[in-house]
Ligand binder design. Structure first.
Ligand SMILES: Nc1ncnc2c1ncn2[C@@H]1O[C@H](COP(=O)(O)OP(=O)(O)O)[C@@H](O)[C@H]1O
Ligand code: SF4
Ligand SMILES: [Mg+2]
Length: 363
């Protein structure tokens, strides 16, 4: 655990300071109880109450006087071979969550359990073996490949560094991997600039998979590609997932892409997880007004499936100065007085289906 006090310095949720203190203490107790729970042996990844703050202002002595809470109390679980889609508007903390899971950002608080180990406070030496098993694919396949290496060189390097196969078998291993990723063998001698965006993303996927990872964070991997190429890359990711039993955290702002690839879906808003559940739960029975609002923007081809439609008004508030209470209250058509003051608890409403909204506690 990075820091026991997950909720320290959180904007008080009540205007009344005594009530705020009582509320925070209760939530802190619940969080500490969760930290003590045994790890779920069925899961490759468990994230508990993750929090990541970035300093915005510091005094000359280095004391942080203002911070941006990019990820606030996010929890989820993922099994081997499964895909979790994380969806939400730009700036809601998707990338920060993905990077914190890989420890490319050190979490401010919370727990990250990967493959049965709490890696939250692992140092870089301890992370070495886990790092090989957790890979990332970025949105921009143009800038994430070294321009002066050939495809063969790019793909051989991690295989050699991590001793995946004996030295004399590296080339065959790489050619086989290229074949799996839809890359012709003569590309081996070519350079990244000779390829289109889709082909470069295939090279990035091959590089990530070259070390036999268990988990791949896919951060908007198709957002920069043409729609026709997007489908090819997503189908490739699905095929490789089946072949290698990979778990994916698939980050996207595009709900239709997330719907296609995911088994589970997490909906984020201003750093918090608003709803989390199986794809079926989220699409057939969305609980949170924000999830319903996201669906309003996507035409539903199935006329028999009726979901409540909500139009989002106004702009997303600044994460440096988020609304008190429910972070969504400034845009929620159902917001009541309580929503402005009290952050709703993230609760399980049916097995595996979580949401954070006061309305749900009234029914
Ligand atoms: N290194 C950083 N320093 C300061 N603020 C950051 C940093 N990285 C991200 N942020 C801020 O954190 C918030 C969440 O960002 P991000 O995780 O990139 O969102 P998303 O991927 O959902 O678009 C944004 O307000 C962003 O400006
Ligand atoms: S808690 Fe209130 S403001 Fe937040 S989503 Fe529910 S009804 Fe809307
Ligand atoms: Mg992002």
């Amino acid at each position: 655990m990075a820091d026991e006090k997950v909720l320290e310095n959180v904007t008080p949720v009540y205007d009344d300071e005594a009530l705020a203190a009582e509320y925070l203490e209760k939530r802190q107790q619940k969080i500490e109880e969760d930290f003590k729970k045994p790890f779920d042996p069925d899961c490759i990844l468990e994230v508990r109450h993750l929090r990541k703050c970035f300093p915005l202002k510091k005094t000359i002595t280095g004391k942080v006087t203002k911070e941006l809470v990019a990820v606030d109390d996010v929890s989820f679980k993922l099994k081997a071979g499964e895909t979790l889609g994380i969806v939400g508007e730009s700036g809601c903390g998707k990338t920060t969550t993905g990077r914190a899971v890989l420890k490319l950002h050190q979490p401010t608080a919370g727990q990250i359990i990967f493959n049965g180990q709490d890696i939250t406070n692992f140092d870089s030496k301890q992370m070495r073996s886990s790092r090989k098993e957790m890979q990332i694919i970025f949105q921009d396949p143009y800038s994430s490949l070294p321009p002066r290496s050939t495809v063969g060189g790019i793909l051989s390097e991690p295989v050699e560094v991590h001793n995946i196969v004996p030295k004399d078998q590296v080339k065959d291993y790489v050619l086989d991997l290229m074949d799996k990723c839809g890359l012709r063998d003569y590309y081996y001698e070519r350079y990244p600039h000779e390829f289109s965006g889709g082909q470069r993303q295939r090279i990035c996927i091959a590089r990530a998979l070259s070390v036999n990872p268990k988990l791949v964070i896919c951060d908007e991997p198709v957002s920069a590609l043409d729609v026709s190429i997007q489908a090819q890359i997503i189908n490739l990711l699905k095929k490789l997932q089946r072949e290698m039993n990979l778990a994916y955290v698939f980050i996207s702002h595009d709900l239709s892409v997330v719907k296609f690839i995911s088994d589970k879906i997490g909906v984020m808003y201003l750093g918090s997880m608003m709803e989390f559940g199986s794809k079926e739960d989220i699409f057939k029975n969305p609980l949170h007004p924000y999830t319903k609002a996201l669906f309003s923007a996507v035409p539903n081809p199935d006329p028999t499936q009726k979901t409540e439609r909500i139009k989002l008004e106004g702009d997303i508030p600044s994460p440096a100065n988020p609304p008190k209470g429910c972070r969504f209250h400034t845009r929620c058509p159902y917001a009541k007085e309580v929503c402005k003051h009290i952050t709703p608890e993230y609760r399980e409403y049916e097995p595996g289906h979580f949401a954070a909204c006061h309305l749900l506690n009234e029914e």
